[in-house]
Design a protein around this ligand. Structure first.
Ligand code: FAD
Length: 345
């Protein structure tokens, strides 16, 4: 609430500074590319066209050359590559340093990254180094037609409002975006662009952390954001022992189990199975919501699902408003009946 202090912290745009271009930080870790990187190249294309500037990708890691053609195929015109053994395993400090140095050198106007574990960790560290603002967890991006500033929209005040934020006084404008809220762009095989290789200006001894071991998460829940069919449960289920009703339906459909924060806090599910504002954003082909009220914090994580089926005994429940099929009834009767019917097919 001290506006003067907040302003003083932001680095003003120096006279004569030219900040240009939309950049997407492509997340590559343990040999895997986070698909949100491609979603952001698709969204970045629209932003770059609205401003009239270029679209670039940044790839940091060790032995990343296989990622470069993919970045072009998904729409990057130019790719900055920071390839060094120090960047083998993700760690905040070397990644933040490497990306910050390239940003300082080329001065992009906008930089975007997925609101993944890595994006949520490294982007604040980069924003602090650059002394600029960061809007985390955006669900909508746009360009203000008058000022050409990035409109960064995200849930605020516990999800009760959607706030659109502009970063007026510092550059670059930085945002993380939730996976699966932006559409995947068309992949064009063989598209080419410019490659710019950057050296790192630090050594291993500059850092305080070392990766000792990777422990894989439970495979079932780790891939929630890629599941095609999700059966999600809420507090309407009343007790953990009733989870079996949802599990039986999920088994017949080959679906993945997820749930609300209520279900997670009740100890029925793990946190990585939570859908919503403080959990995972999902975009399955089918989302079946069982005994879920449809609080805004839950809806922001699932409302872009292709097809939503909701079962709730309250005809006024908010989830029924976003559902393609709403079934008003007792889940203890409806869900077993659905399972029995699907078993026949
Ligand atoms: P309830 O709201 O209690 O709903 C239970 C529903 O079950 C009701 O609609 C009821 O009609 C129905 N029901 C009851 N019995 C039956 C029956 N026999 N048959 C059919 N239907 C029945 N929530 C999330 O889910 N994800 C988040 O990421 C998240 N983040 C949050 C972040 C913040 C900052 C805050 C403040 C809240 C967050 N929440 C989140 C919590 C959210 O506000 C809700 O409290 C939560 O989603 C409610 O969970 P629920 O739908 O399981 O429970």
């Amino acid at each position: 609430n001290d506006k003067k202090t907040i302003r003083a912290q932001a680095a003003p745009i120096a006279g004569g500074d030219v900040w240009s271009g939309v950049w997407v930080i492509i997340e590559y870790s343990n040999g895997k590319i986070a698909p949100v990187s491609w979603e952001l190249l698709g969204e970045g294309r629209k932003l770059a066209d609205a401003i009239g500037c270029g679209l670039c990708g940044v790839i940091a890691g060790n032995q990343v050359d296989s990622v470069i053609p993919e970045a072009f195929a998904h729409g990057a015109e130019k790719v900055y590559v920071i390839d060094d053994p120090i960047l083998q395993d993700y760690r905040t400090e070397p990644y933040a340093e490497a990306i910050t140095n390239v940003v300082k050198k080329y001065q992009p106007e906008i930089i975007l990254m997925g609101a993944t574990s890595m994006g949520r960790d490294v982007f604040p560290a980069i924003a602090t180094r650059l002394q600029t603002g960061l809007t985390a967890d955006c669900t909508v991006l746009g360009i203000d037609p008058e000022t050409k500033l990035l409109q960064q929209t995200r849930p605020a005040f516990g999800g009760n409002i959607m706030a659109t934020i502009l970063c007026r006084t510092s550059r670059p404008q930085m945002a993380t975006v939730r996976p699966r809220v932006m559409a995947m762009p068309e992949r064009v095989e063989g598209r080419v662009g410019e490659i710019i290789r950057e050296e790192i200006a630090f050594e291993e001894s500059d850092f305080h952390t070392k990766v000792l071991e990777f422990i894989n998460m439970d495979a079932k829940s780790a891939f929630l954001d890629k599941a095609e069919i999700i059966v999600a449960v809420g507090l309407g289920l009343a007790a953990k022992r009733n989870l079996v009703i949802a599990e039986e339906l999920a088994e017949v459909l080959g679906a993945t189990i997820a749930g609300t924060r209520g279900a997670v806090e009740a100890g029925w599910l793990n946190h990585d199975q939570q859908v919503g504002q403080s959990g995972v954003t999902v975009r399955p082909k089918v989302y079946i919501a069982i005994g879920i009220s449809g609080a805004i914090q839950h809806l922001v994580g699932m409302e872009t699902s292709d097809f939503i089926i909701a079962i709730n005994n309250d005809p006024e429940a908010a989830i029924l408003k976003v559902a393609n099929y709403g079934i008003v009834g007792d889940l203890f009767q409806v869900v077993p009946a659905m399972t029995a019917e699907f078993k026949k097919r």
